[in-house]
Design a protein around this ligand. Sequence first.
Ligand SMILES: Nc1nc2c(ncn2[C@@H]2O[C@H](COP(=O)(O)OP(=O)(O)OP(=O)(O)O)[C@@H](O)[C@H]2O)c(=O)[nH]1
Ligand SMILES: [Mg+2]
Length: 459
Amino acid sequence: MRTSFLSDDTICAVATAPGMGAIAVVRLSGPQSHDIVCRLFYRNGKPFPKERIEGHRAYYGQIICNDDVLDEVVVTFFKAPHSFTGEDSVEISVHGSVFIQQRLLELLVEAGARMAMPGEFTRRAFVNRKFDLAQAEAVADIIASQSEAAHRLAMNQLKGGFSKELQVLRSKLLEITSLIELELDFSEEDVEFADRTQLKSLLGETQSHIAKLIASFKQGNAIKNGIPVAIVGETNTGKSTLLNALLEEDRAIVSDIAGTTRDTIEEVMNLDGILFRFIDTAGIRETDETIEKIGIERTLRKLNEADIVLGLIDATKDAQAQRTAAQTILEKVDQSHQTLLLLLNKSDLCQKPAHDTDLLISAKTGEGLDLLREKLVEIGKKLMGTQNEVLVTNVRHFEALKHASESLSAVSKGLDDGIPTDLVAQDLREALYYLGSITGEITTDEVLGSIFGRFCIGK
Ligand SMILES: Nc1nc2c(ncn2[C@@H]2O[C@H](COP(=O)(O)OP(=O)(O)OP(=O)(O)O)[C@@H](O)[C@H]2O)c(=O)[nH]1
Ligand SMILES: [Mg+2]
């Protein structure tokens, strides 16, 4: 059940990016929002009467305080429930001076509004059932989207594509529940009333549906946060130089001292519409140094999590050393779900490669990097696959689905082991609870606080 959050107060905030801009939009929402704005808003030198407000209409006029004109503005009024939040609300477009924005907020607060908390507009929209929680989170994803694919995914979630999928799952679970409850009702008569075959097949179907969604997280996460590309290799092979070259900026420290990079460094970059998350790592070598050891452990973790591994080999080393280095990397990559590109770096210092690699590059001069980018895009496109299905992109949803799946496994096992039906029903309720937590049918103030707290103010 959604916790009630009926607002009797009116909130205000700057909705546009902080700082100076051509224009800025100040937003209000709540029962007094029209009254408050009408106290400050003048047209043709006269206060604008609230009775004249038409919803969804923009009015040109002035914000006046103590006979001084603060700014010429365009005010758009929205009448409940036909607004983003579902409440009476107003958007005031002002000239984007920081002073005007601040002063207008002060005036609004003096007139009875309160500064909004992060995400409070969207939270109100959720509470007023403008959309469910997964859709509210999509609003944040749309704002954060950095590529066409991420944008499309967030849009689909906002339109309710993901929510619809969950509804299908939910109705399947409810069907299972009713089959089990039927059995519960007749338990005294000691009969297995429900059709177990039907129950089992429905359960299996639901489980594989959830498993499919869980599996989609890898792709969804790659689209949203970038395909993880780990740059690994021995120390001094030029990993940090390569990161800098790919990003076209001096992001990581480069030096000829082996063991320069200790911590992992991550940066996203859009190549041909696909988002990549490049991860520079600490060079792999035997060491007794505590901090470097921790760094190398991190390298191995990042290597495991990566979809693409760029294995760097120093072209100035002799053939045997190169082979050993390649072997070390090969052993650590799981090619069943990771793509490895072995790169022979420092081509500018060697005449010809000692053995076959995927690519000969020079991170320093840029030789071979165009080809590398092309290969990355090619692999990225394959990883992205077809994109019209519903994908899980949010860790919170991913976790909830995993919990739901565990609960369903317990239901399955319970049925197989002949556990009393009322206990099985308990696991089923748990699965329903986890699914409900995604769309927000079941939430707590704490959960809402943590979700909307991550939004920006004015959203
Ligand atoms: N000539 C030449 N030098 C390079 C190239 N790539 C890197 N270097 C040099 O190799 C040295 C090591 O480069 P880094 O990028 O710091 O190597 P790394 O793999 O990050 O090293 P660690 O962080 O210590 O593991 C530096 O002196 C770089 O300038 C290259 O393509 N050609
Ligand atoms: Mg480095």
